[in-house]
Design a protein around this ligand. Structure first.
Ligand SMILES: *[C@@H]1O[C@H](CO)[C@@H](O)[C@H](O)[C@H]1NC(C)=O
Ligand SMILES: *[C@@H]1O[C@H](CO)[C@@H](O)[C@H](O)[C@H]1NC(C)=O
Ligand SMILES: *[C@@H]1O[C@H](CO)[C@@H](O)[C@H](O)[C@H]1NC(C)=O
Ligand SMILES: *[C@@H]1O[C@H](CO)[C@@H](O)[C@H](O)[C@H]1NC(C)=O
Ligand SMILES: *[C@@H]1O[C@H](CO)[C@@H](O)[C@H](O)[C@H]1NC(C)=O
Ligand SMILES: *[C@@H]1O[C@H](CO)[C@@H](O)[C@H](O)[C@H]1NC(C)=O
Ligand SMILES: *[C@@H]1O[C@H](CO)[C@@H](O)[C@H](O)[C@H]1NC(C)=O
Ligand SMILES: *[C@@H]1O[C@H](CO)[C@@H](O)[C@H](O)[C@H]1NC(C)=O
Length: 467
């Protein structure tokens, strides 16, 4: 089962905190809790016991300070996908520039959110951990003096959609290590919950589902993030239009869709007006794309949109997905209409790039047999990770690093200096001062675990210092 979209996430960072800008502080304890999203108890990764994690609601130019305590039994990093912490790769939270936080330790991230306003999410990038949770939303609000190209919505709703396995991330990792494919997921979760029982034979009893409560006549901003492993999902809300207004920090031309494909790692904002008669609740659906939908019927996320004047439960069939199972044109046209081509890439294709109104975003899809040109503005000196967002192929090594050098600058000129609390690992591990572990993990076990990660980290850190 070849995943359709290889997604490149270009994580770029910003920094240079201005003392005058406000601070937002967060204290996060990252630990396992037990949840049964698909009816089977399993350990999921929670932040402050919440799964999904809390929404980080900040305003542009804020300095964000996040103290992360690793209460898992394996090394942890948190990455702020798409948040451009320009000039500060030290806070990116990916291997290559950051050493992992050992189990039982805490580490404090300190970065400024700047130049990007909109919807993003954070997640743990190491070791397939995102397949077990640890993700949550980042909402970057505009400052009051900056106008936004649409009326202020009456409410803000964050929705995480994503494929899910009953096997935990350590077992998934073992399968990949053994050269196996992960196979069909066991379901699609919405906000960490399983499907509403829309069909007795497909959904077992006793599954907790998500209900979104709304007022008739009001308009809500839905921020939808595909946080899954590798499944592209078609998102739709029964009888309601989705007016796309933003994707990962870029405002888009306002357009109505009845459904939209959201690939792994992507985030979209829709305005949805509650303009229906509430004769019943409505289905919110995330169904797999580019697969045999009759075989994958079980792998469908279903939540409920409930008006305060609703006259009854949702029933009957789900709203139809686009009728193009193996025809990529529809999805591609959607992606192109949002501003992105098909066929073989040639030098001549350069002339057709959408240079003028291409949307600046940090995650883009590449359809099989097609190409997407990504224009990177290399204005952030440092070392940056470019990778596939599909977790399985990322885990298997589909990533690379770009070292951006500013000839007029250099370390501690245009490039941020390493933070005082920087963690050392691998060849530099002797520079690391011990931290008194919060839990009982002994230093020898995590040192052993860390060593597996480190060659790339070291080479890059060394480069950074030579520069
Ligand atoms: C997020 O922050 C904005 C700006 O401070 C505030 O208006 C809004 O109510 C907050 N949203 C939530 C859900 O807390
Ligand atoms: C760990 O947390 C403590 C208490 O909150 C804090 O004083 C310390 O600076 C943190 N350590 C790091 C490396 O972030
Ligand atoms: C994952 O499941 C296996 C059993 O299949 C178990 O041995 C292991 O401890 C679990 N790991 C976590 C982190 O839950
Ligand atoms: C439930 O799903 C099964 C399998 O896809 C299908 O055959 C059946 O018609 C569905 N039932 C209803 C009531 O839609
Ligand atoms: C989009 O749909 C809404 C109702 O859901 C409607 O009010 C609006 O006019 C539509 N916009 C466009 C551009 O069609
Ligand atoms: C409510 O709307 C639905 C779909 O638009 C329509 O089929 C139904 O007849 C309406 N019901 C009432 C009571 O107006
Ligand atoms: C989807 O799978 C079903 C069951 O295996 C099969 O009968 C059907 O032909 C498949 N559809 C397509 C389009 O391959
Ligand atoms: C960075 O440069 C400033 C000003 O030149 C200097 O005071 C500071 O010590 C330097 N920091 C590092 C870590 O090199």
């Amino acid at each position: 089962m070849a995943p359709v979209a290889a997604l490149l996430a270009l994580a770029f960072l910003a920094g240079a905190a201005l003392a005058a800008d406000p601070y937002a502080f967060f204290d996060w304890d990252v630990s396992y809790i037990t949840a049964s999203p698909l009816g089977v108890p399993q350990k999921v990764i929670a932040i402050n016991k919440q799964f999904p994690g809390p929404v980080m609601n900040v305003t542009t130019n804020y300095n964000v300070v996040v103290n992360v305590l690793n209460s898992l039994d394996e090394p942890l990093l948190i990455t702020w996908d798409g948040i451009q912490q320009r000039k500060n790769c030290w806070q990116d939270g990916v291997l290559g520039t950051n050493c992992p936080i050992p189990p039982g330790w805490n580490w404090t991230y300190n970065f400024q959110v700047k130049d990007q306003i909109g919807s993003f999410f954070y997640f743990p990038p190491l070791s397939m951990q995102r397949a077990a949770g640890g993700f949550g939303g980042i909402t970057v609000n505009n400052r009051a003096v900056i106008s936004v190209p649409f009326d202020t919505p009456d409410g803000d709703i964050t929705l995480f959609i994503g494929d899910w396995y009953k096997k935990n991330h350590t077992d998934l990792r073992k399968m990949l290590d053994a050269g196996k494919e992960l196979g069909m997921p066991d379901g699609v979760l919405m906000n960490g919950k399983g499907p509403y029982k829309y069909n007795d034979s497909l959904v077992p009893d006793g599954i907790e589902y998500e209900t979104i409560k709304v007022e008739p006549g009001k308009t809500y901003r839905f921020r939808v993030h595909n946080v899954g492993v590798s499944t592209s999902l078609n998102f739709r809300i029964q009888n309601h239009n989705l007016a796309i207004v933003e994707t990962e920090g870029s405002y888009t031309m306002k357009q109505n869709f009845t459904n939209l494909d959201i690939h792994v790692g992507q985030s979209y904002s829709f305005l949805v007006t509650m303009d229906q008669n509430a004769s019943s609740d409505y289905y919110i659906v995330a169904s797999p794309r580019f697969v045999n939908e009759s075989v994958w019927a079980r792998v469908t996320g279903v939540a409920i949109l409930q008006y305060s004047n609703s006259k009854g439960k949702a029933s009957g069939p789900l709203p139809d997905p686009p009728n193009d199972e193996y025809d990529k044109t529809f999805s591609m046209n959607q992606a192109r209409s949002i501003r992105m081509d098909y066929g073989e890439w040639t030098e001549n294709s350069r002339g057709t790039y959408n240079k003028w109104d291409g949307v600046s975003r940090c995650t883009t899809q590449v359809f099989p047999g097609a190409w997407t040109a990504v224009m990177l503005s290399l204005d952030s000196p440092g070392v940056w990770n470019v990778r596939t967002e599909n977790l399985d192929t990322w885990y298997l090594g589909q990533e690379t690093y770009i070292r951006v050098v500013d000839p007029a600058g250099g370390y501690n000129v245009t490039e941020m200096v390493a933070p005082d609390n920087m963690l050392y690992c691998g060849l530099l591990k002797d520079k690391q001062k011990a931290q008194k572990p919060h839990g009982s993990s002994s230093s020898s076990t995590f040192a052993a675990k860390l060593n597996g990660y480190l060659v790339a980290v070291l080479v890059l850190l060394a480069l950074a210092f030579i520069q």
